[in-house]
Write a protein that binds this ligand. Sequence first.
Ligand code: SF4
Length: 354
Amino acid sequence: MDFSIQLQAWYSSYGRSLPWRHTKDPYSIWVSEIILQQTQVKQGLDYYNRFINSFPNIEALAVAEQDEVLKLWQGLGYYSRARNLHAAAQSIFFKQKNVFPKNYKDILLLKGIGPYTAAAIASFAFNLPYAVLDGNVYRVLSRLFTIEIPIDSTAGKKHFQELANQLLDKRNPALHNQAIMDFGAICCTPTSPKCTECPFQTTCKAYLTNTVIDFPKKGKRTKQRHRYFTFFFFDIHHSTYINKRGNNDIWTGLYEFPLIETNQKTSLKEVKKIFLTQNLPYTNITIKKATTYKHVLSHQIIHATFFKVSTNEHKLTHWQQKPLQRIPISELQNYPFPQLIIKFLNDNNFISSK
Ligand code: SF4
């Protein structure tokens, strides 16, 4: 308990004032936690405000089209978060009489909600005694107690959760959880922790043994996979082709241009050959290499090359079995695209920034 008292004292002086901290509405807290899962508060704040303005409650989100939801999420990445949030809102609204679950176990059943988010909602909205364990909390605890178990191992997750539960102030779980997360984000930061200003300076084992940057311990990194994407941006009398990406890959539900994926980069010569061998119905076609980008995701590195294809008339209905939509180039900004494609559209002045 001493630990939590010190933590809460620190929080009362240095804690951040964020909109979702001033509400007990589980929906708003849920939205904020999902946005903040892979996003810094500074970037997430804007998205949170726009999301809550567009979808102020569960009903508004449940009846929205998926394209609208993904469009608002555009640029945040990890789009499964938005799809799951949408699906869970539909489940609450249509199947659970629009009543948000009020206990940890039922919250955990919602799509896209794991132990961390369930603990955050349960404690912040309902003041239930569940300790949160996010990247900040792992870092703080691993340093305070110099815990050698990798935080990304099963044993590590169990050990840290038990320790977090023991340290929790069960009378004030919301305050305790907010305080420890802010403490990790503001004071015990990943690279330059403010140890000289820290209230735990005299007890923190990592500080006392000068091993702060050795914690937290992590297991082996997953090797990133390299992928080579060639996109075709058609320009046919100021219209272009797009298609919606399917399941079981990155960017599900977002739009893209006709794409081929290869084992290495594609040259202009090879692209022209593809068009010739595929016997595509075109006239007066011009193909030019436009831009290449390297886009780094958590487990993949995408090497993307965009080719501009200009032609007089072109009637394609499908691209590699995917149905194509032909739309005016001026309407591109109405569709949700991955950030990589947004960059191409911005760099080539097809849309103005976000
Ligand atoms: S002394 Fe440094 S490493 Fe230890 S808890 Fe405080 S900020 Fe973190």
